[in-house]
Ligand binder design. Structure first.
Ligand code: SF4
Length: 314
């Protein structure tokens, strides 16, 4: 079986799977006050079935997300199960790293290859302002643990105007001194936090126009653009609005309540919850629904998704 393609001939071989929408942080741009926990949550067994089907469909890369995936203590056995698959070779995790010290060794032993850690500030007060918690030092310690391991580690920073956009130099220094790659992410309009997001949005390319950009390999699927600072330190920026990468999109998403979402910024979803124990039907559904995958997002045409990031999995 060939790798699955959508109607724009994009190879779809990367799935981002949210395993819970529970989170131990409350980041202002991700969770709105009105956010209630999703009624249905997929089980470990259902995700094993989904992984079986994605492997048959020649998916190459899986990233587990949330909410906060480390709140599910079966994350280790899920990574292990995925690692034993024939075609899935690249297993990643996106986490806020608060609980990472508890799971790191077991996740690596289970087959985890890479980890993206979300951290938007290096300032204790701002960390509380953004997340409503005081876990900054713990997160920094867990970043050091992850960097010391064999995992590929990246720190993702969502840039918020007037909040952390004055910390860019501090983050570059943090990245250089801790030997970890920093990626600055453009804040995207999504979910129910319109006022907050509108107020905090900035054009990320303007912020980095004085840095030297780095050439990208042809056909590179990486969504980041890379830059080098005056010390030769290489960092990334992800700009889905000011420079989208939809033409080379290779991903689909599965939400923690059993929905297949073809595009981050489209609320069109297929409810597959009932099929997560019927593998042949599930496979046929995915193969058919992929034809609906939109060509790109329409954020620049002010068309945004209303489902919040914590419900999608980023
Ligand atoms: S916005 Fe949609 S089409 Fe574009 S890269 Fe993201 S998921 Fe793919």
């Amino acid at each position: 079986m060939k790798t699955m393609q959508d109607k724009y001939y994009r190879e779809i071989d990367y799935a981002r799977i949210s395993i819970t929408d529970y989170c131990n942080l409350s980041c202002r741009y991700c969770k709105s006050e009105a956010d209630a926990i999703l009624e249905k949550q997929v089980s470990q067994k259902q995700l094993f079935n989904l992984i079986d089907v994605l492997d048959e469909l020649k998916f190459r890369k899986i990233r587990f997300t949330g909410g906060e995936p480390l709140l599910n203590d079966w994350i280790v056995s899920l990574v292990e199960y995925t690692n034993n698959k024939e075609h899935i070779k690249d297993i990643g995790l996106t986490t806020n790293a608060v609980l990472l010290d508890k799971y790191l060794d077991a996740l690596i032993k289970a087959g985890l290859k890479r980890i993206n850690i979300s951290l938007d500030t290096l300032d204790d007060n701002k960390y509380y302002e953004i997340t409503k918690t005081n876990y900054l030092q713990r997160v920094k310690d867990n970043i050091a643990l992850a960097v010391a391991s064999e995992l590929i580690v990246k720190v993702n920073v969502v840039l918020l105007k007037g909040v952390n956009d004055n910390e860019i130099v501090n983050f570059l220094e943090f990245g250089r001194l801790n030997n970890v790659q920093i990626r600055f992410i453009e804040l995207m309009p999504i979910g129910e936090n319109d006022d907050f997001i509108k107020d905090k949005q900035l054009n990320i390319r303007d912020k980095f126009k004085n840095y030297q950009s780095r050439e990208k390999k042809p056909n590179c699927k990486d969504v980041s653009d890379y830059y080098i600072d005056e010390y030769g330190y290489c960092f990334g920026i992800i700009s889905p609005i000011s420079n989208h990468f939809c033409e080379r999109c290779n991903r689909i998403r599965f939400t923690s309540d059993g929905k297949l979402r073809l595009c981050l910024h489209s609320d069109n979803e297929l409810d597959i919850y009932e099929y997560l124990n019927k593998k042949e039907e599930l496979k046929a559904l995915i193969l058919n629904y992929i034809k609906e995958k939109p060509e790109k997002h329409y954020l620049n045409e002010n068309m945004k998704a209303n489902k919040g990031m914590s419900k999608i999995g980023g």
